[in-house]
Design a binder for this molecule. Structure first.
Ligand code: AMO
Length: 470
């Protein structure tokens, strides 16, 4: 039966079966050393003078990234030949049988380095190879374990995990929507969710009280190092809570999960700054509280920012929410909101979490009264009929006994970036988009054929040649 390379440490002088990839090879005259890599690590295989001729010949033929299965005997390495950097560095396996399961073309780039030296385009084209490098294996496994511990925490605090639709109606979250044409309803479109915001509020109307989801969020926005078309949120919502209660529960979750991995948090409880204070003190609401020494030690410096202005002027001079329109104003500003007065001075019941210079989360206590929501939509310039068309479903739901509620969402990638010290989103996603907005490995976006277009009732207007993007 196959065992993992790291298990050979407990199998001295025993016969073992291993399978994996050829990670490296060194020829020393009559001895060939092969590093065999599997999901658990590396082990050194040896083909030498005592190896049967046919097995030795196959050993000689091995090249990087070939897939093999071997049987052999675990031996202690000769004194002075140990490799203390390797978990299995005290041992090696003298190969007795070998089966070549698959050959490999020479990989287009080295896989044993950290990969930063290779262009993004090449790495993402061959992402399945890029992912073999130890750094990315670590990051992706950390992501999986991180999500598991978040789930464990939330389940133990009485949250229910609920999936919400991917084919939905657009939510104004500040970005453009990705649009999906409907075949059954000609000329009509779904939007992919920028977040589950409205659904999670409807789940509060539905009486679940504590919802969470590890949710995909999809936004057509300008791409940056820490911003992708797709990201994943730890999305939660609670009923009958104050802002302080949401922040306290979330903070307990972040501390429990992050510390369970051995990371050090700079200050607990997390310091709280008003938006105004943050701007004055740091010149930004995404500040980094670490000293130079703490940056080297991988310390995580979390802080809350609260009391954001509800509205700001957009480039056309019109009012737009700084976060989302579903937030409640601070109680003392409710009158202003309802009357449409002092708009720039209205403060929202909004909170953001920052860490090491990134915004890693944000949320708010929501408006649960239809007239407050309507007042927000009027301030941002919606006419009554437009409010009805876009948000009628929510306003209607809010007529049926909606509990006061609030919540927040974290960007999983941003949290993992702070933990791993990575500076690009793509280092913690398995199949990220390129910075020019194309998919890894697969060639998308791509054209679809005439038949598909016809089924969707679509006709493509050819872009003018000078505006054509490749
Ligand atoms: P918001 O839009 O602030 O709030 O998003 C929540 C968190 O998600 C992360 N994030 C992103 N990460 C990578 N790429 C992106 N394009 C991207 N956009 C956002 C950030 C951010 O803090 N529905 C509300 C949450 C709520 O009010 O409950 C929302 O989506 O870390």
């Amino acid at each position: 039966m196959r065992i993992l390379t790291k298990e050979i440490n407990a199998k001295l002088d025993q016969e073992v079966e291993l399978a994996g990839w050829v990670a490296g090879r060194r020829d020393h005259g009559k001895i060939i050393f092969i590093d065999l890599r599997d999901r658990g690590g590396l082990a050194q295989l040896v083909f030498g003078p005592k190896t049967e001729a046919e097995v030795y010949r196959l050993g000689e033929s091995l090249r990087p990234e070939w897939v093999i299965r071997i049987k052999g005997e675990v031996k202690k390495r000769p004194v002075g030949m140990e490799n203390p950097e390797l978990e299995t560095g005290q041992y090696e396996v003298a190969v007795k049988e070998i089966q070549i399961l698959n050959r490999s073309d020479p990989p287009p780039f080295p896989l044993e380095t950290d990969g930063y030296e290779i262009s993004e385009e090449t790495r993402l084209k061959y992402r399945y190879l890029d992912l073999r490098r130890p750094r990315l294996q670590r990051n992706i496994k950390l992501r999986s374990e991180f999500t598991r511990r978040v789930r464990d925490f939330l389940f133990s605090h009485d949250f229910v995990e609920i999936e919400t639709p991917l084919l939905t109606k657009s939510t104004p979250e500040g970005a453009r929507d990705f649009i999906v044409p409907s075949r059954l309803h000609p000329g009509k479109f779904f939007a992919l969710p920028q977040s589950p915001q409205q659904y999670k509020q409807l789940l509060m109307v539905a009486g679940f009280e504590r919802y969470f989801q590890i949710a995909r969020a999809i936004r057509d926005e300008d791409l940056r190092a820490d911003r992708g078309f797709e990201h994943t949120q730890i999305d939660l919502e609670m009923s009958f809570v104050t802002r302080e209660e949401v922040m306290a529960l979330d903070e307990a979750m972040i501390i429990a999960v992050v510390e369970s991995f051995g990371y050090q948090i700079k200050t607990k409880p997390f310091p709280v700054f008003s938006y105004q204070e943050a701007k004055e003190k740091f010149g930004s609401d995404r500040f980094d509280l670490r000293s130079e020494e703490e940056k080297a030690k991988g310390v995580l410096a979390f802080a809350w920012v609260v009391d954001f202005p509800f509205f700001e002027k957009d480039e056309k001079g019109e009012w737009t929410p700084t976060h989302n329109p579903f937030s409640a104003p601070k109680e003392e500003h409710l009158e202003w909101l309802l009357e449409g007065e002092n708009i720039g001075a209205i403060v929202a019941n909004q909170y953001d979490l920052v860490c090491n210079g990134y915004e890693v989360g944000g949320g708010s206590i929501r408006s649960h009264q239809p007239e407050v929501l309507k007042a927000v939509f009027r301030i941002i310039g919606y006419k009554d009929e437009e409010i009805e068309r876009q948000f009628g479903h929510l306003l209607e739901a809010f007529r049926y006994g909606v509990p006061p509620h609030g919540g927040l969402a974290h960007g999983i990638e941003r949290l993992l970036m702070t933990m791993t010290g990575e500076t690009y989103l793509r280092e913690v996603q398995a199949f990220p988009q390129t910075s020019s907005g194309r998919t890894s490995v697969m060639d998308a976006p791509s054209e679809i054929d005439e038949k598909q277009l016809a089924e969707l009732h679509l006709r493509v207007i050819e872009p003018k040649s000078d505006s054509k993007k490749n």
